[in-house]
Design a protein around this ligand. Sequence first.
Ligand code: MG
Length: 162
Amino acid sequence: MLNEKIKQLLNDQVNKEMYSAYLYLDFSGFFASKSLSGFAAWYRKQASEEMEHAFKIYDYIHANGEAVELLAINKPNVSLTDEMQVLKEGLKHEQYVTSLIHNIYKVAMEEKDYRTMQFMDWFIKEQCEEEENAEELIGKYERFGKDTASLYELNKELGKRD
Ligand code: MG
């Protein structure tokens, strides 16, 4: 059994992670349309990682004897204009997700739900990596994005993400 507040937050988080997958799939399509197939592959991989996050929380809710209510997934609401703007939106989104994860941890702490606190540890670490990855992409694009030869190489490198 889960505390009602925690259950609600985790249930919402399943939806937010699936929304993240939607958003990154949108990013992937944007980069594909710009002939940057490596960037597109990177974000497609990111989208499937987000689905894994959703499944992880889904499984946790079930493991605690609760049902998941699947909510409608919003249409990605970020307008995609140029490469750098999209990369920055990615960072902004991850910072937002971090705030959601931290809030779940905070409420779990208030409710003395030690099990959920331990479960959320993984996500706290993961968010640190997600923000780092997003910042790294921005840094690399800033450094190498203006020169076509180096952009070609960067695109190739990102395409190798497994
Ligand atoms: Mg995630």
